[in-house]
Design a protein around this ligand. Structure first.
Ligand code: PBG
Length: 348
C-alpha cells in the first residue's frame, strides 16, 4: 500500500456514526414501553404465579398476581395487556360453551383489571381454542372440519361478553372468514360502539406457537387428534399433522407461510369489515408481511412477537450464545422498523 493512502470520496457515511450523540440523533426507529402490549397467561386459584418451562421468565398468573403484573407494567410505561387463560379441562367442550361465560377466568380477569387499573388497555383474545376439547379455534362438523359460520356466531357472542366484562378491544385470533364484520355488528347492536377490534388479520400456520400451546394447556389434548396422518393433496383435515404429532395443524384456517399476497387480502378485508387495528403474526420471521400490510392499509398495524420467537432468544441467551438484552432490543427494533406501530411481546 502506498504511503498516506487517501480515497478520493466525498460520501463518508461513517461521519454519522462518529459518536454516541450523533448516532442517537440519526436513529430512525425507537422502541418505547408505550409501543408494547404484554400478553399474560392466566390460571385459576389463589396461590401465586407458576413458571412455564418452555418460556423462561414468563409465568402463569392468578387474578391476584395479575394485579401486581399490571401495576409493574404501568409503572414502566407499558399500557396494554392481552390476557390468555389456561382453562380447566373439565370446562372444555366441543362447542366451547365456557367461552361465553361472563364468569370465566378470562372475563373475571378483564373485569378485575378494569376495576383496579382503568388506565390499562385490555385486548381480549377472541378464539375458541382454550375452550374446545380438541384445541381447534372453531366448531367441528362430524367429519372433523371446522364450520366457519357457526364458529363466527359463537365468536361474536364471545366478543360481546368480553366487551361487557370491560375489554377495550376484542382481538379475534381465529382466522375464520367474516368474523370482523359479524363482531362489529353485534358490538354496535348492543351499544358497544366504543369497543375496538384488533384483528389478527395475517395469522400464519406457524411452528413458532409451540410454547404458547404449552402455556395455555391446549397442546396435550390437541396432540391426540394428530395421530392420523393426512392423505396427499386437497385441503388438510383439521387435526392432521404435516409432521411430528405434538402440535395441532391449523392450516385450513391460518395462513400458509409461503404466501404474502393472501396476507394483504386478509388485511384489506378486515379493514373493510370494520377492524380498528390490523395485526401480523408471528412478527420476526414475517417482517416482509408487516411492511406490505403497512403499505396496504391506513389503520395502525400491530405485530405479535410470538412465544417461539421469545423462547429461541431466551434459550440461546441462557446458553450464553447471544446477549439477551441486545438480542431482545434488536428483535423489537426490527419489527418496528418493518412498520409495526405496536408490538405484542413477552419482553414487555
Ligand atoms: C390461538 C392463539 C395462538 C396464539 C395466540 N392465540 C396459538 C395458535 O394459533 O395455536 C399464539 C401466541 C404465541 O405463540 O405467543 N387462538
Amino acid at each position: 500500500m502506498k504511503e498516506n493512502f487517501k480515497l478520493d470520496i466525498r460520501q463518508r457515511p461513517r461521519r454519522l456514526r462518529k459518536s454516541a450523540g450523533i448516532l442517537d440523533l440519526c436513529q430512525e426507529t425507537r422502541v418505547l414501553p408505550s409501543d408494547l402490549i404484554l400478553p399474560v397467561f392466566l390460571k385459576e386459584g389463589k396461590s401465586g404465579a407458576e413458571a412455564i418451562p418452555s418460556m423462561p421468565m414468563v409465568s402463569r398468573h392468578t387474578i391476584d398476581s395479575l394485579m401486581r403484573v399490571c401495576e409493574a407494567a404501568l409503572r414502566r410505561g407499558v399500557k396494554g395487556i392481552a390476557p390468555f387463560p389456561m382453562v380447566d379441562p373439565a370446562k372444555k367442550s366441543l362447542r366451547a360453551d365456557e367461552a361465553l361465560n361472563a364468569n370465566s377466568l378470562a372475563n373475571r380477569a378483564i373485569a378485575a383489571v378494569k376495576r383496579n387499573f382503568p388506565e390499562m388497555s385490555i385486548f381480549a383474545d377472541i378464539a375458541l381454542d382454550p375452550y374446545t376439547t380438541h384445541g381447534h379455534d372453531g366448531i367441528l362438523d362430524k367429519d372433523g372440519r371446522i364450520i366457519n359460520d357457526e364458529t363466527v356466531e359463537v365468536l361474536a357472542a364471545m366478543a360481546l361478553v368480553a366487551a361487557q366484562s370491560g375489554a377495550d378491544f376484542v382481538a379475534p385470533s381465529d382466522m375464520m372468514d367474516g368474523r370482523i364484520g359479524a363482531i362489529r355488528d353485534v358490538l354496535d347492536d348492543c351499544d358497544f360502539s366504543d369497543t375496538g377490534i384488533m384483528a389478527y388479520s395475517a395469522k400464519y400456520a406457524s411452528a413458532f406457537y409451540g410454547p404458547f400451546r404449552d402455556a395455555i394447556g391446549s397442546a396435550p389434548s390437541a396432540a391426540k387428534g394428530n395421530a392420523r396422518r393426512g392423505g396427499k393433496g386437497g385441503r388438510p383435515k383439521e387435526g392432521e399433522s404435516g409432521g411430528k404429532a405434538k402440535y395441532l395443524d391449523k392450516r385450513s384456517y391460518q395462513l400458509n407461510p409461503a404466501n404474502s399476497r393472501e396476507a394483504v387480502r386478509e388485511a384489506l378485508m378486515d379493514e373493510a369489515e370494520g377492524a380498528d387495528i390490523i395485526m401480523v403474526k408471528p412478527a420476526g420471521p414475517y417482517l416482509d408481511i408487516v411492511a406490505k400490510v403497512k403499505d396496504a392499509v391506513t389503520l395502525p398495524v400491530a405485530a405479535y412477537q410470538v412465544s417461539g420467537e421469545y423462547a429461541m432468544i431466551l434459550a440461546a441467551a441462557q446458553n450464553g450464545w447471544i446477549d439477551l438484552e441486545r438480542a431482545r432490543e434488536e428483535s423489537l427494533l426490527a419489527i418496528k422498523r418493518a412498520g409495526a406501530d405496536m408490538i405484542l411481546t413477552y419482553f414487555a
